[in-house]
Ligand binder design. Structure first.
Ligand SMILES: *Cc1c(COP(=O)(O)O)cnc(C)c1O
Length: 455
């Protein structure tokens, strides 16, 4: 086969996007507003600014401007590791004997090992610009905490990270990377905060969850002078920053006259998927092109696939605003799945709305099938994927195999969000045949739904 398209499509620095794309501007049904957890009224900018950075609040609430300029300081940082390559998976196609064309956007080419740095550097920049001393945050698998520590050290900000306890214990090296960048790291739930104490009293011995860690980080930010809380996913502002992934992907495909048919991404809080699909979804909403979008979730934490589309708390401690989203209930503590970055009870409000409106699909995959795909991919394409990313690989392979049956030459694009070097404990479990596929029962889900806020 003649290979007209290179294995790796690299863009020039000039082609790095100059503005983020705000998908909400093109949505007819906008995501519902955030609600105050005490009054249940829509959150005002003033209220949000007590917890979040001012400029980020503006971005959070902006539903009108389709493009928001990327400040030069952020673009300069982006240039150290972006534009990220779009890779044509020729070797995988050949191994699968599929007529499908497979592309993946690789976001693992930076020390944080994931796409999270795209938003971390932006959030650190706005915090610094506001004159803050530091920020607090949560981290699950550790990628977000690492990315934020990098952003904070670059701009000279203090960084306090609350890390989900099971990851803290399973991933000591991640913790040390964060400390290398000057962050302080505390396992969550901790006794440092009121909400941590409360959660520990209710669930003694819990291995923690993102929801718990968020509550702790918010409490510390709101009680510490000169600090704000920043989030690595779920929020609209994060999806906005991550649109750089999709914008570059679209430019790279256009350069070679390629048109995607299916776009696939793993979905934890929805930021990489939202960022990857944003400009393509914009085209779909404006009637310019059509695509199939697939969100891939772990079977153990199926927010879109089995959740309810209602207002819910974004965190276990119920201190954050409420958001209308697909949720398993903020009291749902998912089984200790090895894709820590996907263990979140809710989903981005924007993606939730798009899914609700039938513009996007969602599928779930059990983790042993995910690791089978991860290992297969590593052996063929060379890159050792993060377990989160391998969810997208699994479904990309499944779609390519369907094309093999039907003979359709579809173009499949998926997001390879990061590398798995810090996930070898999970790979070890898989290799030893000790990995279990946990799927919550309907009864379990009902129990968490019963505690959804009623008003
Ligand atoms: C955090 C993370 C995810 C999931 O987060 P989203 O906000 O849903 O994108 C996926 N992959 C990697 C490598 C991550 O670090």
């Amino acid at each position: 086969m003649e290979k007209k398209i290179p294995y790796k499509i690299y863009l020039s620095e000039e082609e790095l996007p100059k503005a983020w794309y705000n998908l909400r501007a093109d949505m007819v049904n906008k995501p519902a507003p955030l609600l105050n957890p005490e009054t249940f009224q829509p959150m005002t900018a003033e209220e949000l600014e007590q917890v979040f950075c001012k400029e980020l609040v503006k971005q959070e609430l902006d539903e009108d401007n389709a493009y928001i300029e990327i400040p030069e300081e952020i673009r300069d940082f982006y240039k150290m590791y972006r534009p990220a390559p779009l890779i044509r998976a020729y070797c995988l196609e050949e191994k699968l004997q599929t007529p499908a064309k497979i592309y993946y956007k690789f976001e693992g080419n930076n020390t944080s090992g994931s796409h999270k740095l795209n938003s971390a550097i932006a959030q650190a920049y706005y915090a610094k610009k506001q004159g803050l001393k530091g920020v607090t945050t949560e981290t699950g698998a550790g990628q977000w905490g690492t990315a934020l520590s990098m952003g904070c050290s670059y701009f000279g900000l203090d960084c306090k990270v609350y890390m989900v306890k099971c990851s803290y214990e399973q991933k000591p090296f991640r913790r040390e990377v964060m400390r290398t960048y000057g962050a302080s790291v505390t396992p969550s739930p901790s006794m440092d905060t009121e909400v941590g104490q409360r959660i520990l009293a209710e669930h003694p011995g819990t291995s923690g969850s993102l929801g718990c860690a968020i509550s702790e980080a918010v409490e510390v930010a709101s009680k510490t002078e000169g600090y704000r809380y920043v989030l690595g996913s779920v929020m609209n502002q994060v999806m906005l920053h991550q649109s750089v992934i999709g914008l570059e992907t679209l430019t790279a495909l256009n350069k070679y006259g390629e048109k995607a048919d299916i776009i696939i991404g793993c979905a934890g809080g929805g930021s990489n998927l939202g960022g990857l699909i944003a400009p393509f979804m914009g085209q779909k909403l404006r009637g310019e092109a059509d695509y199939r979008f697939i969100a891939v979730e772990p079977a153990s934490c199926p927010s879109l696939s089995r959740g309810k589309f209602v207002y819910d708390y974004c965190d276990t401690g119920k201190v954050c605003p409420l958001q209308k989203m697909y949720t398993l209930g903020s009291g749902f503590i998912p089984a200790a799945n090895h894709a820590g970055g996907l263990r979140y009870h809710g989903m981005s409000a924007t993606l939730s709305q798009l899914y609700h409106d039938g513009l996007m699909e969602a599928v779930t995959v059990p983790q042993t099938k995910v690791f089978e795909a991860a290992e297969y991919f590593a052996r063929i394409e060379g890159i050792l994927p993060a377990p989160e990313s391998a969810h997208a690989i699994r479904v990309a392979i499944d779609e390519a195999l369907k094309c093999k049956e039907t003979g359709e030459e579809k173009t499949i694009v998926f997001g390879l969000t990061g590398t798995g070097y810090f996930d070898m404990y999970a790979y070890e479990k898989f290799h030893n045949g000790q990995m279990e596929d946990y799927v919550p029962s309907d009864e379990e889900l009902e129990k968490a739904f019963a505690k959804l806020p009623q008003f």
